[in-house]
Design a protein around this ligand. Structure first.
Ligand SMILES: [Zn+2]
Ligand SMILES: [Zn+2]
Length: 299
């Protein structure tokens, strides 16, 4: 991490970011990205001459100067030519996906699901500037909030945009499950926090990245649902959890399909029962978010 505790930024980071503030240098990055796209392979290189021909710069000395400003941080020089580094690839994807363009919005749309705080079932999906939200119309709680880049909305209908959050949220969770930051792949620490709303206390897992400080909150019931035995129980009753949006998943919490009993707050320990029709599973979750199946005591 290049930012120290006083938030003093390493001058190298400032130089690297400043080096991008030039359209010809961005053209060089895009030309290298184009190479990758055309050949459908990563790490394909372009020679100095090929790259020079692909970019609209008059003199080769000027081209050489701009290229050198990118070498190291965004472009790698190899014996066979130039290629994008990880950071260079990220910049190219950001430009291509239009992350810097303003996001469109859609008309508020009613979605099925349940509110964790008031058990209400009238939820609205909204998109304000670049924030996607699921809001409960009964108690006004914001149940889900996440960024919505232009690339996520373009070429998708409102229903498809909303549906895409189902998969985005679970993909974030799957990475957190392995202790991986969904943004920078750095290590993530997860702690249990209590969240109070409308007189009810809810337990949530707050995960934060040690590297980029990305923060995510998920209900503590989620890791229970992702235990293989629970996934299988749901599947045997016609439900594929990965295809259920988080706001619909909340119904399993409010309707007590997944029940949590907090055994201890310090260290955190919870007992959970998952019931589908006449089948039920008993599980235990500890401080480290490990979920273990317990022998079922039902007849
Ligand atoms: Zn509510
Ligand atoms: Zn991170």
């Amino acid at each position: 991490m290049e930012v120290d505790q006083d938030d003093n930024i390493d001058p190298e980071v400032v130089d690297a970011i400043s080096s991008l503030g030039n359209s010809q240098r961005l053209q060089i990055l895009l030309a290298l990205g184009e190479e990758e796209r055309e050949h459908h392979e990563r790490r394909h290189t372009k020679t100095f001459t090929e790259l020079y021909d692909a970019v609209d710069i008059e003199s080769s000395s000027q081209f050489s100067y701009h290229l050198n400003q990118l070498v190291g941080q965004f472009v790698s020089e190899t014996p066979t030519g130039y290629r994008l580094t990880y950071s260079g690839t990220k910049i190219v994807r950001v430009i291509r996906s239009g992350v810097y363009e303003t996001t469109s919005s859609f008309e508020d749309r009613e979605v099925s699901g349940a509110c964790l705080f008031c058990d209400g079932t009238t939820l609205l999906a909204t998109l304000d500037i670049d924030q996607f939200r699921i809001r409960c119309t009964s108690c006004d709680a914001i149940l889900i909030t996440d960024f919505c880049p232009q690339s996520q909305t373009r070429d998708r209908t409102t229903s498809e945009i909303i549906e895409s959050y189902c998969y985005r949220i679970w993909s974030i969770y799957i990475q957190l499950r392995g202790g991986i930051c969904p943004e920078c792949f750095g290590p993530v620490d997860t702690v249990v926090s209590q969240y109070e709303h409308g007189g009810n206390v809810h337990h949530i897992h707050n995960s934060s990245c040690r590297e980029c400080q990305f923060l995510v909150s998920m209900p503590v019931e989620v890791p229970v649902a992702f235990h293989p035995a629970v996934l299988s129980l749901f599947w045997n009753h016609g439900i594929s959890i990965l295809d259920v949006p988080l706001w619909v998943f909340y119904e399993y919490i409010t309707s007590e399909v997944i029940e949590m009993e907090i055994v201890s707050d310090e260290p955190f320990e919870a007992h959970s029962t998952v019931t589908m029709d006449d089948e039920s599973l008993s599980l235990r979750m500890d401080d480290s978010v490990t979920v273990t199946l317990e022998p079922c005591d039902r007849d």
